[in-house]
Unconditional design. Structure first.
Length: 302
């Protein structure tokens, strides 16, 4: 078995993704390799999408997802679009079915290059999100940060979109909040036993929402697909918008949008947006040693 495999540096709305081809192998990308790759500015990432041979009949691949701190992620919508683009370019196919630890994802690449991913049904049950306390209505849970009589953020909508999310609704520019300060505190709040993705969301019209996200296991991110889905669902669930919205991702560079539909007939969430290939190389999935265009760089675990 070769020590190295092919990988591609890609992005979805700036969400930094490494797509690693692990097909035909029995090993996995190790947490140490993930940490090492993230420590190098050239391979710094938000998620690794490791493509493995299918485990379930009727699927095209099993996708193992790692955060930049080496922890496992259950879902990554922007990363899934990157996988679709990579496999579509390789095979000429347009329709794919993937298995993840969060379930089955169906995806299709459209003629205009955008990619739709069926992210499945959102989960609202407090013990399945999960939350540490029981809430009959998770569209508004008791949680705040800042002074008791004048909290900076409060009463988020909580849900799972394959991973835990808390959506804090705000009434001013999402970029005006110190999310780098509040994000780690909220991600690791005792309310979230498996930690959580923290999103600030502002409704800007009956059909549009602006978001910014602190991503579990990755920190401040330029974009987060599952967070965009969660914000769209929570907006409709709380009567702020209808079930089809445009998510303006404020931190994306340049600012960009995702189209999200919380489909009424089956409650599935359909996310549509772009993906972008940047460059390719080879990587040792055990150590994080990588090469690009004949230049070798060693990323040592910190």
């Amino acid at each position: 078995m070769s020590a190295t495999v092919e990988f591609a540096r890609m992005n979805g709305l700036g969400n930094k993704i490494l797509v690693v081809d692990m097909r035909g192998r029995s090993d996995k990308v190790t947490p140490a390799a993930a940490v090492a790759l993230n420590a190098d500015p050239q391979t710094e990432f938000d998620q690794i999408m490791a493509i493995h041979d299918p485990k379930a009949e009727g699927t095209d691949a099993f996708i193992d997802i790692l955060n930049s701190d080496g922890s496992k992620a259950q879902a990554c919508g922007n990363g899934t679009r990157c996988v679709v683009q990579a496999l579509a370019a390789e095979t000429g196919r347009k329709v794919f079915t993937f298995q993840t630890v969060a379930g089955i994802l169906n995806a299709v690449e459209h003629e205009d290059g955008t990619i739709s991913v069926d992210m499945g049904r959102p989960v609202f049950d407090w013990d399945r999100i999960p939350l540490a306390e029981e809430f009959h209505d998770t569209s508004r849970i008791e949680l705040q940060i800042g002074p008791i009589d004048k909290p900076v953020l409060h009463s988020p909508s909580a849900m799972s979109m394959g991973n835990p999310h808390a959506i804090f609704w705000v009434d001013r520019d999402v970029m005006s909040y110190d999310l780098a300060r509040f994000g780690p505190l909220l991600e690791n709040h005792p309310m979230f036993p498996e930690r959580a993705n923290i999103t600030l969301a502002q409704v800007t019209s009956p059909t549009s929402v602006t978001t910014r996200t602190w991503e579990r296991g990755a920190g401040l991110t330029l974009a987060c697909g599952s967070a965009a889905c969660s914000a769209a669902v929570s907006a409709a669930r709380t009567g702020r918008t209808g079930r089809k919205v445009t998510i303006n991702v404020a931190s994306a560079k340049p600012p960009a949008t995702l189209s999200i539909e919380w489909r009424e007939r089956d409650d599935h969430v359909i996310m549509t947006g772009p993906a972008e290939w940047e460059w390719s190389g080879r990587v040792d999935p055990s150590t994080g040693l990588w090469s690009r265009e004949g230049t070798t760089r060693e990323a040592e675990a910190q």
